[in-house]
Design a protein around this ligand. Structure first.
Ligand SMILES: [Zn+2]
Length: 232
């Protein structure tokens, strides 16, 4: 395998998503130097941290975690763009597999019934062909053995990119856009892990939680996003 990888790399060199250096046969997507230099989030608790404080006043959430600091100027910008827009969703899966054990050790997703990715609208799904949150969820599933259920939440409308909107506009824009499917299993009294690629204001996650709690008043919600940004 390594021989063929080395051979293929000679013909078609692969490059690091972060620094553009040529990858060697043992590296995938990101070179070892960049992987070592990434600033991983190491909050000490899954039940009291900046992520939870961002969404606590809006909704009760039992636990939350995130793994990579992100802003549009950081080296990780290219990584998230590749995952979301340039058909590299496997990169999200691999990063989630690499990063989630830290949070698993702190009790995130403990006893979770299933992992629920934040859904895309049908129009966006048809255009992009994949949901990056679902791939990140699959990475967590491989690590934890908890199944992914992408058929519980549905996104009823597509909203334009929120990149240039301020926090208030984002909150207004993401009100009541998610709902729970009629035939979803009963999740009352169960714990679920809600997953997205990046959280900025938390508005998208909070609307998902609103929809889940309206249907299942006693659900326990844990939340994980691969990226966490201070851009608000
Ligand atoms: Zn690199």
């Amino acid at each position: 395998m390594t021989f063929w990888r080395t051979f293929l790399d000679l013909l078609l060199p692969r490059h690091c998503v972060m620094c553009d250096a040529e990858l060697n046969a043992s590296e995938t997507d990101i070179c070892n130097v960049c992987l070592c230099n990434v600033e991983y989030i190491r909050w000490e608790s899954a039940t009291d941290n900046p992520f939870l404080r961002r969404i606590w006043d809006k909704h009760d959430v039992e636990a939350a975690g995130s793994s990579l600091y992100y802003n549009s100027l950081s080296d990780l910008h290219n990584v998230f763009i590749a995952i979301k827009y340039f058909r590299r969703p496997k990169l999200g899966l691999r990063l989630a597999q690499l990063c989630f054990p830290y949070w698993q050790n702190l009790g995130l997703a403990k006893d979770a019934e299933c992992i629920i990715p934040v859904p895309l609208s049908m129009a966006r799904m048809l255009k992009r062909g994949y949901n990056q949150a679902e791939w990140i969820s699959q990475g967590i599933a491989r690590q934890t053995g908890i199944p992914v259920n992408a058929k519980i939440l549905v996104r009823s409308k597509h909203i334009r990119t929120q990149t240039h909107k301020n926090a208030t506009e984002r909150w207004e824009n993401t009100k009541n856009i998610f709902s729970v499917r009629k035939n979803a299993p009963d999740l009352n009294g169960k714990t679920i892990l809600l997953v997205d690629d990046i959280t900025t204001t938390g508005a998208t996650l909070c609307d998902c939680i609103r929809a889940l709690r309206e249907r299942f008043p006693t659900i326990n919600v844990h939340v994980y996003t691969l990226g966490f940004t201070h851009n608000e």
